[in-house]
Design a protein around this ligand. Structure first.
Ligand code: 2PG
Ligand code: MG
Length: 425
């Protein structure tokens, strides 16, 4: 057994150059664990609330108060606790916070401390974090979902849809998946450059799109897959994160980049046509976070040939997953630890998804750092898909590269289940 001796927090910087919380936990055994909270841009209303300082400095995003509260409230509450009792540690932090949305201590502080505790526990057990979580279970690497074009809130609304992703489900290994997507990513960049449309990269490293329409970006992605030498729909398919809350207001869906408006049924018709016309196998947040009926009719119409993911729609909250899945909305859940604020609640969300036969995808945020915790969670918890953003910028590459290290350390014992994931293919 080993106990928590100290919890130290500090303000560090994320991939958008904004402050975020890092936590470091030291045990009585001398082992340590460290983690950094990520941050979203297209956040769900039901997410754990970040604690930010406000005011003018750093656009109001300072985390001075959050750091102070880790030292003054969280550290004393956790001191002496058994590091291997993550559930008790997380429960103690929730009690100390005392709010339903973590707004007193901040979801950012709690996420960093909770994950730092997990790293410290694995260090004390002398195991890689993924192995600490998996126990003796056989593990496999997740299918990467990799953004090629970034839009929406991550690219100042240049197109309305947020993520245009490549899913290399025909690859035989995690390493091969990355090799394939590298080719697609570079083919997309080269093609944009040749057309004089390469404007650099958006928040998650995908190319900043300069297309006449959302659909033109999908066409460009199909073309990039072909240019890279792969068969669209057979080897590499397309996923979209529509992040539809961002273009929804009072029952109307409005694509500003195209000057088009839709009601729920009209939007669903567009999605259906896209699924028929393009090799799209996954769509996330196709309707707004409070439009359960939209998600339900989308799932009823397309759920047997499309992965329909809820992100802002579920916000990694077990109760919300249970309630909305029971209504027939979505067949998959995006899992983001900082949406709910602790490792234990993230695990509860995952278990609830399983109970409702929903697939799961672990996801990074648009504001990230070198922290690689989510890669270990995906492997250790057996989550078969991982979404980390694009194939550039070191906060993204750190995670892909960590997956490569884990896959290599598994040698032949690791299986790669990607080709069995989408049962209709
Ligand atoms: C999402 C994420 C990552 P953000 O919507 O899935 O792409 O974006 O972190 O801004 O919520
Ligand atoms: Mg999303």
């Amino acid at each position: 057994m080993s106990h928590i001796q100290s919890v130290v927090a500090r303000s560090v910087w994320d991939s958008r150059g904004c402050p975020t919380v890092e936590a470091q936990v030291t045990l009585s055994s001398g082992h340590t664990g460290r983690a950094i909270a990520p941050a979203g841009a297209s956040t769900g209303a039901g997410e754990a609330k970040e604690l930010r300082d406000g005011g003018h400095t750093f656009k109001g995003l300072g985390v001075g108060q959050a750091v102070r509260l880790v030292h003054e409230v969280v550290a004393p509450a956790l001191q002496g606790m058994d590091i291997h009792d993550q559930a008790a540690i997380d429960a103690a932090m929730c009690r100390a916070d005392g709010t339903p949305d973590k707004s007193r201590l901040g979801g950012n502080s709690l996420t960093a401390v909770s994950l730092a505790c997990l790293w410290a526990a694995s260090a004390h057990a002398d195991l890689p974090l993924w192995r600490y979580l998996s126990g003796s279970d056989e593990v496999s690497l997740p299918l990467p979902e990799i953004q090629i074009f970034g839009g929406g809130a991550h690219a100042k609304g240049s197109v309305d849809l947020q993520d245009f992703l490549a899913l290399p489900h025909g690859a035989r290994s995690f390493a091969q998946s990355l090799e394939w997507v590298a080719e697609v990513y570079h083919a997309a960049g080269k093609s944009l450059s040749q057309q004089g449309k390469n404007l650099g990269v958006a928040d998650e490293g995908g190319f900043w799109p300069q297309f006449g329409s959302n659909e033109a970006a999908i066409e460009a992605l199909v073309k990039a897959i072909e240019l890279a030498g792969f068969k669209p729909g057979v080897e590499v398919s397309i996923g979209l994160d529509l992040a539809a809350t961002q273009y929804h207001s009072a029952g109307v869906y409005h694509w500003r980049s195209e000057g088009r408006q839709f009601d729920r049924d009209q939007l669903l018709q567009v999605y259906e046509r896209w699924v028929n016309d393009y090799p799209i196998i996954s769509m996330e947040d196709g309707f707004a976070e409070d439009d359960t009926e939209g998600m339900r009719i989308m799932t009823a119409l397309l759920g047997d040939r499309l992965q329909i993911i809820g992100d802002d729609f579920f916000v990694t909250h077990a109760a919300q997953i249970a309630e909305r899945a029971a209504m027939g909305a979505c067949n998959a859940v995006l899992i983001k630890p900082n949406q709910v604020g602790t490792v234990s609640e993230t695990m509860a969300a995952l278990q609830t998804a399983k109970q409702h036969q929903l697939d799961s995808i672990i996801s990074a945020r648009s504001g990230e750092t070198e922290d690689v915790s989510i890669v270990h969670l995906a492997v250790g918890w057996g989550v078969p898909q991982l979404k980390v953003g694009s194939f550039s910028r070191s906060e993204r590459m750190a995670k892909w590269n960590e997956g490569l290290r884990i896959e290599q350390s598994l040698g032949r014992s690791g299986t790669y289940p990607a080709e069995h994931l989408f049962r209709w293919l």
